[in-house]
Write a protein that binds this ligand. Structure first.
Ligand code: KIV
Length: 271
């Protein structure tokens, strides 16, 4: 008989740095999917600002507000998952001042987040330090940072160029050191060459979680809609483990046809 799953806590996350067990993180934005991913055994549920692209129909994540994130964190927290709940700080909630960062991190914790995540490296060091001083665990996010969409000129692989400018290899190495020095308990590395993520992971004291960053990170994260094949989009770095879009389309089409031909509801569905 397998023993009941224990609640994943922040100290467990840090312990996993030196273990052979790879961390798993998946996004969820509502209670139904949060309960599914939790039952499947993920270590962390990310209530990501990717809610903009997969649920709100937006091209970028820039439109997401604190109210949106609080709402989705509350829905995920309502299922009391064993997985750690990571709440994304949206664009505009931490860039202007460290005070904003702390106030908004507190709002996400009150909504049910157990860790807050924010994007950037050197330029968000102060914000991370301030949130950590407020005793809130922080997850960093370096490499491709979707909130920097306009500066990057789109969501493009980072860390390929030499030099010290934003997005260059050296700058990403510096960003990794900056978020770690600022006190993150883990950080996401998104869309960088696998060898760069391997180098960062080998020197980091906290677990790295990769997306489009190769197999050598301490953990992996995927957007749930990509993993389930629910998205119309497909990315080189993602893998669809199902084709829920096609399955859903077939189911709803059958329902439409049944209703149109008076096959539903039948006697078993009627009172
Ligand atoms: O918002 C999100 O889903 C993310 C992941 C892509 C890491 O930040």
């Amino acid at each position: 008989m397998s023993s009941p799953r224990v609640k994943v806590l922040v100290p467990h996350l840090i312990e996993r740095k030196n273990s052979s067990e790879v961390l798993t993180m998946v996004t969820a934005y509502d209670s139904t999917f949060a309960s599914i991913v939790d039952e499947a055994g993920v270590d962390l549920i990310l209530v990501g600002d990717s809610v903009a692209t997969v649920m709100q129909g937006q091209k970028t994540t820039l439109c997401v507000s604190m109210e949106h994130m609080e709402y989705h964190v509350q829905m995920v927290a309502s299922v009391k998952p064993k997985a750690l709940i990571v709440g994304d700080l949206p664009f505009g909630s931490y860039q202007a001042s460290a005070k904003d960062a702390v106030r908004n991190a507190i709002r996400l914790v009150k909504a049910g987040a157990e860790i807050v995540k924010l994007e950037g490296g050197l330029h968000v060091q102060e914000a991370i330090e301030a949130i950590v001083r407020a005793d809130i665990p922080v997850m960093g996010h370096i490499g491709l940072t979707p909130q920097s969409y306009h500066r990057m000129g789109g969501n493009k692989v980072q860390g390929r160029e030499e030099g010290t400018q934003s997005g260059s290899r050296d700058r990403i190495l510096a960003d990794a050191r900056a978020v770690e020095n600022a006190g993150v308990c883990s950080f996401v590395i998104e869309a960088v060459p696998a060898e760069l993520a391997t180098e960062i992971t080998a020197t980091a004291q906290v677990p790295t979680i990769g997306i489009g960053a190769g197999v050598n990170c301490d953990g992996q994260v995927l957007v749930l809609h990509d993993l389930l094949g629910l998205s119309e989009r497909s990315f080189k770095f993602a893998k669809a483990y199902s084709n829920l879009r096609q399955i859903s389309l077939k189911a709803v089409s059958e329902y439409v046809s049944d209703v149109q031909h008076r096959r539903f509801p039948d006697a078993t569905n009627s009172f």
